[in-house]
Structures are given as structure tokens and as C-alpha cells.
Design a protein around this ligand. Sequence first.
Ligand code: UP5
Ligand code: MG
Length: 216
Amino acid sequence: FDKKDVTVIFVLGGPGAGKGTQCAKLVDEFGFVHLSAGDLLRSEQQREGSQYGSLIAEYIREGKIVPQEITIALLSNAMKAALESGGATANGGGTVPEKHRSKWTDGKGRFLVDGFPRKMDQAVGFDEEVCQSRFVLFLHASEQTMLERLLERGKTSGRADDNEESIRKRFRTFEETSMPVVEYYRKDNKVVEVDSMKPVEQVTEDIRKAVRETFA
Ligand code: UP5
Ligand code: MG
């Protein structure tokens, strides 16, 4: 697909910051297509015949970043599929209120890319091979808050990385490897930061406000 036909917003934040939760809310409201890099990797891991299954499982358990080629290919294929099915256009992705349409490049595929890029090589690779993001939404929460959320979710999530040992490794990777990506975009004035420790509805409202201010 053509870069000009897509608008991409990256949604970043530490493990358990609420990326998936907030993306789901924004999908309802703005008709974005939500692509979670972690979800795409988990489903590739489980796909029968995948040559990357055991590699992905190992990286996720260790909280390490899967080689960028794999993740970028999964994302770019998912974007292509959404565009071809019409699922990512203004009319296909959900009901987009009239007042928001021009802001979201009407008629083009609009994507919320959740949990990506989280390493510098991914950021550069995606920019070059797929497209540049319109902006980056950064959800901030303390490690204590994120740890509590993930341990709670771990009781039922079935995620192989929702245990304290993996969570600590994910935190370390986030600080050492992913925060530099956020700082890189900050220098570009592309980051919209929101406090994600408030109740879900309040965070969503703060995101709306911040986005509105950014595009006013
Ligand atoms: N919750 C959410 N918001 C709340 C709020 N405001 N108040 C109270 N509770 C709130 O939320 C987590 C939990 O908190 C939920 O129970 C929720 O109800 C509650 P969620 O929205 O799921 O948070 P999210 O930020 O999406 O957390 P997630 O665990 O998905 O973040 P990670 O970044 O750790 O996971 P992801 O799936 O993105 O990646 C997993 C692994 O895949 C990585 O560690 C890595 O190994 C690999 N990966 C790559 O290698 N490359 C990539 O590009 C991406 C992933
Ligand atoms: Mg998530």
C-alpha cells in the first residue's frame, strides 16, 4: 500500500500502562483500526506452521524485543489486510463523527499501533519501510501501579509474561530500550503524554483533550 493512504498513531507506555484498554476506547470513538504488536506476535506464535513460534515465545517470556523484521512484517500485513477489506477507511472502521473527520485524514486508513516501536531499530525500520507516524501517544504510569495491574490481570489472562519475574524483565526492557524511542520522538515534538494512573474513563477524557489541543 501507499504511505499516503495511511495515518498511523503510535501508542506507547510501559507494560500495563493501559495501551490496549485506551486503544479500544479510541476505536469506538474515532473508528481507528487497532493493531497491537504484542497481540500480533502472540497470534503468530500460536499459528500452526509458524517458523517463529518458539522464538517469539522465548522473547515474550524474557520480556525481550522480538527481531524487528518479524514484527514489522506482521504489522504491515495486518495494515494491508485492513485496507483491502475496507476495514480501515473512514466508513469501514466504525462511525466517525463528522467533526473529527478532517482531522483524521478522511478516507484514509487510520491505525492505532499499540506497543510499537519499542526499540530504536524498529522506529527507524518502520519509518523507512512502512510510513511515519502522525504522532505518538505516551501513557505514563508508575511501576508500582503497572505491577499491581499486571499481577491482578495475571490471575486470569493466561499470558506467559504476566508473572512477577517476567514483569520485572519487561520493566527493565522498557526503561533501557523503549524509553529512548519515546525520547527520540519527544525531540521531534511528536509526543502527546497522558497520565495513565487515573481511572480508565478519566484517562480517555485526558487523551481526547490532549489530542484536540494538539490538532487545534
Ligand atoms: N487497566 C488499564 N488501565 C487502567 C486504569 N486506568 N485504571 C485501572 N486499571 C487499568 O491494561 C493492563 C491491565 O490494567 C488490565 O487488566 C486493565 O484492565 C488494567 P492494558 O490495557 O492491557 O495495558 P497494556 O499497556 O496494553 O499492557 P500490556 O501488558 O499489553 O503491555 P506490554 O507492553 O507489556 O505488552 P505487549 O503485548 O505490548 O508486548 C508483550 C511482549 O511482546 C513484549 O514484552 C515483547 O516481548 C513483545 N513485543 C515485541 O517483541 N515487539 C513489539 O513490537 C511488541 C511486543
Ligand atoms: Mg496490551
